[in-house]
Design a protein around this ligand. Sequence first.
Ligand code: CP
Length: 301
Amino acid sequence: MKHLISMQDVSTKDIMKLIDLADKIENKKINVDMTGKLAALLFFEPSTRTHFSFETAVKKLGGNTFSMSGTNSTSVKKGETLSDTLMTISMYADLIVMRHIIEGAARFAAETVDVPVINAGDGTNQHPTQAMLDLYSIKKTQGTLENLTIGLIGDLRLGRTVHSLSQALSDFNTKFYFASPSHLQMPKYITDDLDKKGIHYQELEDIKEVMHELDIMYVTRIQKERFAVLEDYEKVKDSYIITKKLLEGVKNNFKVLHPLPRVNEITTEVDNTKYAYYFQQAKNGVYMRQAIITELLNLKY
Ligand code: CP
């Protein structure tokens, strides 16, 4: 792997290798050395977890970072192109981590510069490092990635994390339930791909009837910032609110995951149940991002 742009480029072998590496890093079985290397963290869109977990990951490996959050203090404001910005940054950094509002921006970056590029989210398209930390979280809680029943809930059209995750899980014989408002369903290119692979999925609006089957419920926020018309968001914003009551009768191994941030789609009473795993999931992001950086920069350990 030279870059990490889309889960479609990541093989099952790569996935298992990164999970193994993250596990070794988390359990201090290896010491990776990033001394002398510099990562540029370019966030054209807001972020808490991805930005700061990459910063944490780099610093824990002994490397260093410089970063931007929004374009206000950069020469993008003077009209500099994305291409020139990236070329310039690649003269300083050994690795570029980029979040951008435009679908395909990370692929463009990888084609523009010589240093490795990590896609930290490109519009509604992909969020591969989130998918990798989600897989690591699923493996840690279920002991396997194979033959699981997984419900993806919320904004499946505009939320990029569910696109990357469903592609990533499609090689592990997952049984999917996709619960969303009718016009926020999983994009056709994702379901076409699942059809080609013969993966079972069912689209529904109400998740209640299948709760007892699920190993994982992956909840997502309705992506307010990606709606052109605010009234359309208002109509669907409370479509799914996960309460403690909804979790009655779930399997013993059942866990609730969420890429975060949440708005109101999981009530805070769920946080104190044994099923809530979303904050540990965010913590797992540090180990997985350390593993991804280690692999892309071919770091010694
Ligand atoms: N999960 C995620 O991408 O969170 P942030 O937007 O806070 O980075």
